[in-house]
Design a protein around this ligand. Structure first.
Ligand SMILES: NC(=O)c1ccc[n+]([C@@H]2O[C@H](COP(=O)([O-])OP(=O)(O)OC[C@H]3O[C@@H](n4cnc5c(N)ncnc54)[C@H](O)[C@@H]3O)[C@@H](O)[C@H]2O)c1
Ligand SMILES: N[C@H](CO)Cc1c[nH]c[nH+]1
Ligand SMILES: [Zn+2]
Length: 431
């Protein structure tokens, strides 16, 4: 990991930290999207052959495949799915929103009706690893919100199968419709529909840069949760941090993707060196060394600051997906943090705990977007309608306000819609 001072980091990244040049990527992604729009399932099957290297005849996972998958995973995995699922459900139940009504004036009822989104598409990444945990994290909040129709898409492996762990998780979470398609082509299918895949009203779920860019391009034609790309971890560590723990946590996110970003920000040069030493030692035991090394070399940074306050400022500038505060007084410093997807406090709250089992969602804003967006939650699967009810006299009381504003806008038909009722009301009062 490159070691640098806070000012070198500021100069190198400026406000464009996390942004990449998307020209070539966008060209490719747009070509895929328009291919799927024009050619539907034929494009999906062809692109799956080209990009995933597997020739499929059909896209949908069958009931037999589900049953085989469920039978093949271990009892302990089933137990882990249920335990994690329960924790995720308990946390997300706290996010439920209810419809509400108010009566601000006599004869007036106003309110907000909350309804689930009817049809949602869930993307589960599957290129470099399979993610049953993401199945739970994306489907459980949708189910709590009351979404009726959930379609899952995820790329097939080299044999044309979906990981049995992913299928078992889909069953536990309550989703039965799974299609074997990944990448930008899956996002296009969910956004525009094909012969077999129904158009969704909203697409959720993380993925690699192709998936993230495709979500950006289809946004507007369909809702998307966020543009969650490659994983990130930023650890703010003072001299109380355990260097072995910090190194293990940085490595955990580096193993997701060559483009994952592991960052350490510390006022202690000694801690930076100790963490670097631990990384070199621990990496040897890990399986995904190649991906990890690329991630550390290309995107890893150790930023040495003048003070803890400056380290917290840098963390806010980065607005990381995951922020670990491995410092003496994490709760006391929480107020200083304004931009982060999820904040893990202390030496015993490592990021992978949040990835799998703590309960809060692991689909989080990346690439600096935590400065303006939030974790995936039940609220992502709900929409609101305003409710307005005025009785006759209440409308008369407000008629002057409405007609005067309408006339000022030159919209006399608007004014008339109020006036016609006022006239009727006045006539009734005269009787
Ligand atoms: N934020 C989260 O909650 C979260 C959770 C899990 C994973 N992740 C991230 O999701 C990402 C998963 O990436 P992945 O690659 O393993 O799986 P993925 O499913 O996102 O992407 C695989 C698909 O990308 C497409 N693709 C690959 N190379 C391509 C190319 N050259 N041109 C066009 N399309 C191409 C293929 O169609 C393939 O099916 C990682 O970056 C990981 O960090 C994030
Ligand atoms: N850390 C990922 C989000 O960036 C989520 C995940 C799933 N499985 C393991 N990790
Ligand atoms: Zn992870």
């Amino acid at each position: 990991m490159k070691k640098m001072t806070a000012s070198q980091f500021r100069q190198a990244s400026g406000s464009s930290f996390g942004q990449t040049n998307n020209g070539i990527l966008d060209e490719k992604v747009l070509r895929i999207i328009s291919d799927v729009q024009k050619n539907g399932d034929t494009a999906l099957l062809r692109l799956t052959e080209e990009l995933d290297g597997i020739r499929l005849r059909t896209l949908q996972v069958t009931e037999d495949e589900f049953q085989e998958a469920e039978a093949s995973v271990s009892d302990s995995f089933h137990t882990a799915l249920r335990t994690a699922g329960k924790n995720i459900e308990t946390f997300h139940a706290g996010q439920m929103e209810q419809s509400w009504f108010m009566n601000p004036d006599l004869g007036v009822t106003l309110g907000q009706k909350v309804s689930p989104i009817e049809r949602v598409g869930v993307y589960i990444p599957g290129g470099k690893a399979s993610y049953p945990s993401s199945v739970l994290m994306n489907i459980i909040p949708a189910k709590l919100a009351g979404v009726k129709d959930i379609t899952v898409t995820t790329p097939p492996d080299e044999h044309g199968n979906i990981s049995p762990h992913v299928l078992a998780a889909a069953r536990v979470a309550g989703a039965d419709t799974v299609y074997k398609v990944g990448g930008a082509q899956a996002i296009a299918a969910l956004a525009y529909g094909t012969e077999t895949i129904k158009k969704a009203f909203k697409i959720v779920g993380p993925g690699n840069t192709y998936v993230a860019r495709a979500k950006k391009w289809v946004f507007g034609d369909v809702a998307v949760d966020m543009i969650a790309g490659p994983s990130e971890i930023c650890i703010v560590a003072d001299e109380t941090a355990n260097p072995a723990f910090a190194a293990a946590d940085l490595l955990s996110q580096a193993e997701h993707d060559e483009q994952a970003r592991p960052l350490l920000v510390t006022p202690s040069s000694h801690i930076a060196d100790a963490v670097q030493g631990e990384i070199s030692r621990q990496i040897e035991k890990l399986e995904r060394k190649k991906i990890i090394r690329q991630s550390l070399d290309q995107n890893g940074r150790m930023i040495v600051t003048e003070s803890l306050a400056e380290a917290l400022d840098i963390a806010n500038l980065i607005a990381p997906e995951h922020l670990q505060l491995m410092i003496r007084e994490p709760f006391e410093n929480l107020a200083a943090i304004t931009n982060a997807g999820a904040i893990f406090l202390g030496n015993y709250s490592p990021e992978p705990l949040g990835d799998y089992a703590a309960g809060p969602n692991h689909t989080l804003p990346t690439s600096g977007t935590a400065a303006f967006s939030s974790p995936l939650g039940v609220y992502d699967f709900m929409k609101k309608s305003s409710i307005i009810h005025y009785q006759r006299d209440a409308l008369r009381n407000v008629s002057e306000t409405v007609t005067s504003l309408a006339k000022a806008e030159g919209l006399t038909a608007h004014a008339q819609s109020i006036q016609i009722r006022k006239d009727e009301n006045d006539a009734k009062t005269d009787d």
